[in-house]
Write a protein that binds this ligand. Structure first.
Ligand code: HEC
Length: 170
């Protein structure tokens, strides 16, 4: 390799290191804190849905864990804590009028999660207040899901997403 090429490679690696360092410094602590909270909520909601489905939802006529979660999400919203909804990423939805992607962000969520990413997020400002919108993947976690969602059979990746809108912890 010519000397000039070495110099070029060195410059590239220095600038990449600088970009990474600036990124780390620029990370907004309010966003990190809120991300942690979403991670906690996501663990709570997903564990509850799986436990309810496993222990109580024994046939398709039973009130589904998704319906119970919807009522829970409404209570959290009514109390002003945060918003969260379960959207479907497949072509066949049980409740398409409500659970289809609703806006550009949710369309992007569908695109990213179906191409294999685990999460997708953005920070938005509404009426001067900042929010983290974050979507996490919902895969077919247990055989019993197929009991009511025949189209989930054999699907490996995400079939849905929990989409959060949480006020930033400033
Ligand atoms: C007892 C039947 C039943 C079972 C079992 C079930 N679901 Fe559902 N699911 C529903 C119903 C009913 C809705 C619509 C809820 C609503 O919008 O009020 C739904 C909605 C959904 C949605 C939103 C998209 C849509 O189709 O409307 C996803 C994603 C989803 N379920 C995933 C799962 C997963 C993952 C499992 C397994 C852990 C599962 N479901 C098990 C009945 C079921």
């Amino acid at each position: 390799m010519k000397k000039r090429n070495y110099l070029f490679a060195l410059l590239i690696s220095i600038s990449m290191t600088l970009v990474l360092m600036v990124d780390a410094i620029a990370e907004d602590p309010a966003v990190s804190r809120t991300r942690d909270q979403v991670y906690m909520l996501d663990t709570l909601y997903k564990t509850a849905v799986v436990l309810i489905t496993d222990k109580y939802v024994s046939d398709p006529s039973v009130f589904s864990a998704a319906s119970a979660a919807g009522a829970l999400f409404q209570t959290m919203k009514d109390n002003g804590f945060h918003e969260v909804r379960l959207i479907g990423l497949t072509d066949v939805l049980i409740n398409p009028a409500v659970n289809n992607p609703m806006d550009a962000f949710e369309e992007e969520v569908k695109h990213k999660l179906l191409s294999g990413e685990a999460t997708h997020e953005e920070v938005v400002t509404i009426d001067g207040k900042r929010y983290l919108r974050k979507a996490t993947a919902v895969p077919v976690v247990m055989e019993r899901c197929v009991m009511c969602h025949a189209n989930f059979a054999g699907v490996e990746g995400a079939i849905g997403s929990l989409v959060y809108k949480v006020p930033l912890i400033e």
